[in-house]
Write a protein that binds this ligand. Sequence first.
Ligand SMILES: [Ca+2]
Ligand SMILES: [Ca+2]
Length: 342
Amino acid sequence: MVLLRRIPLLLLLATLGGACHGGTRGGSPLFSLEDPRGDDHGDGELRYPLREDMGPGALDLLSFRAWPESGGTRFEATFARPIAVPQRRTVDSAGNTLADLARLGFYTFNLDVYVDEDRQEGSGRTDTLPGRNLSLAPGSAWEKAIVLTPRPYEARDVLRKLWRESALAEAQRQQGSVSASAVRALDEQVERQMEERVFFPTRVRVFGPTVSFFVPDSFLGGEAKPSWGYAVAVTGATLDRRVELPALLGGVTAPRAQGLMVLGIGPGVSQERFGGGRVGGSEQSPVVDLLVPEGVRQEEVLGPNAPGWPAVVPASPALPQAPDAGGVTGEGDAPASSAPLE
Ligand SMILES: [Ca+2]
Ligand SMILES: [Ca+2]
């Protein structure tokens, strides 16, 4: 399947030359953001797990772009190294192969994109998805989240469950007990948030170091605008949905915070998670790489005294994009973002 996908891409590349990017149609990008090479180290000390398929560079985001496509927007992320392809080796007792579990053509990472459409302080959410342990700055509160993950349908189910649990826990904390009808109302509220706010792409292409994914206008309310804020983060992905059962002993301990398909971080080194984590303190963010605006340091945003994470606005006044986004000049080479260059 991968091979079949590549053939038309190569033809397109040959035909359109520099005008074509990673399998999208020709033309100018809606916007283009760059991220430094070699900063796939979280707060500066994060280390990759001891795994052959995930070494330095694997989750190092270099660029994030958006292209117009019929009925929506095609986003494109490029990493420093080719994306690991799911192999046909058995990975669980049911006989599933990695390729069975990760059908979209990648399995090592999640890419979260939090979109601040109105850029109004106090409008939107500042939390991130479970397990990212990161908060947006108040001025970057998001309306929409796009979550590119290897198992989108499973991820959706897990997010629904986690959001329901946290809504119920919060209601219990405030009211003591919660009636059946109130539980139903909470579930409906969570369902609305899932529908309106979160999108899990399933039209995905992987090509070398680049992954592209389609997001329909019906979700974003139109094509992606350079005047919106984008907060983009890369995490390591997990494929299973094992549920921890901390309450078996004693039944009163609070459940450990669970993540959404996310590989955690801890001190030392490990095959199971990222290493180099801090000892003590609150839950550390396992984010490996993220975009920050000029003047903001990724290592601080992911550090122990994390300030709120500000989104990047591609058309920020500091570095305005060319007014004619549909022009032919600079095709495939849109002005760099306000993100710091190397
Ligand atoms: Ca990077
Ligand atoms: Ca970065």
